[in-house]
Design a protein around this ligand. Structure first.
Ligand code: ASP
Length: 337
């Protein structure tokens, strides 16, 4: 029996055409698939256009729409492929990893650096590989398939703006390679659940503050007033500079830890934060109840916090426990000090 797959399209370069104003996503989902005429012979494909956006315009509401679409058709298909712009694909992949947990059926995100209609393009290969991977009975969970690599949804990051190898797997091995339509698996994904757990709420009041040397603290009180959670993307293994310390500590003292969540992460792509290492980091960790990203990607950190903080009335312990409970292998640090 042919595997049944649902191909959802959302726009992005893969579905774009050239216009005088620049590339614009315009192809319908049927048009997109018409570039792979042979693939329909091996699989039973159903396409649906969810939206037609440059992924720059994708918001958390769109993540929820994709998850809801998969939930409502989950029983009818063996796997799902989401065609998406590459710019924010890693955020969508991370968000879907929290909105759809323990899925025994694969959910594959893909896209391209060049439109599918171009003579020279990575789009056809990426789409073909994604369909193959989504149809394979060993596949499960959320991942990105791109340039012959399969990257776990919670570990993906766009690290190249032009090259075909646009995505990297951060602090975690790639799950598999796909060469000449053959899947070579490196990691066996454990999938014990028979049913996925779906969520449909995210708290979008999560702010990212990127540190720069000598940054002024002027906006901190405003940020604390408006947002439920502040992620500080610090330097190296992590620390708070003198220029921000007193203003930040003043804000933190105004609120209970569960009222305003502070999460520390690093601007360094690989090897994670370790904020107890230096005095500039330890002074924060010793004095306040905070969370630390460790080896998580920023995309996973942000969307995990949006998912955790969507629940009402949680204590600091509830939040802490959920944060340090790995979801879809998003962290190897399940029991921090
Ligand atoms: N700007 C495009 C997008 O993210 C880039 C791409 O798809 O590669 O929609």
């Amino acid at each position: 029996m042919k595997k049944k797959l649902l191909i959802l399209t959302t726009g992005g370069t893969i579905a774009s055409v050239e216009t005088p104003a620049g590339l614009i996503p315009a192809l319908s989902s049927e048009q997109l698939l018409s570039y792979l005429p042979e693939i329909g012979e091996d699989f039973q494909l159903t396409t649906k256009a969810l939206y037609s956006l440059d992924s720059t315009d994708v918001t958390p509401q769109h993540w929820i729409t994709i998850a809801e679409e998969i939930r409502s058709s989950y029983d009818d298909f063996d796997g799902f492929v989401v065609c998406h712009g590459t710019d924010t694909m890693a955020y969508t992949a991370a968000a879907l990893s929290y909105l759809i947990q323990n899925s025994p059926k694969p959910i594959v995100l893909t896209g391209a650096q060049k439109p599918i209609g171009f003579e020279i393009t990575d789009a056809k290969g990426n789409l073909r590989d994604s369909i193959l991977y989504a149809a394979d009975s060993q596949s499960c969970g959320v991942q990105i398939v791109f340039d012959g690599e399969v990257i776990l949804g919670t570990r993906a990051k766009k690290t190249k703006s032009l090259s075909y190898a646009a995505f990297s797997s951060i602090n975690y091995p790639v799950l598999a390679s796909i060469r000449d339509s053959r899947i070579i698996r490196y990691i066996r994904q454990e999938q014990e659940a028979t049913e996925p757990t779906f969520y449909n709420k995210l708290n979008t009041r999560v702010f990212l503050l990127k540190l720069t040397p000598g940054e002024l603290p002027t906006l901190l009180p405003e940020i604390f007033k408006v947002y439920d959670c502040i992620i500080i993307e610090s330097f190296g293994v992590g620390g708070i500079p003198d220029s921000l310390e007193s203003a930040l500590f003043r804000e933190l003292r105004k609120y209970r830890p569960e009222e305003k969540i502070l999460a520390m992460t690093t601007q360094v792509t690989y090897e994670g934060s370790h904020i107890e290492t230096y005095e500039v980091g330890r002074k924060l960790k010793d004095r306040f109840s905070i969370l630390e990203a460790k080896d998580m990607t920023l995309e996973a950190l942000l969307t995990k916090l949006m998912w955790i903080l969507s629940a009402e009335g949680q204590s600091w312990d509830d939040i802490y426990r959920k944060f340090y409970t790995p979801v879809a292998a998003d962290t190897l640090y399940s029991q921090p000090k």
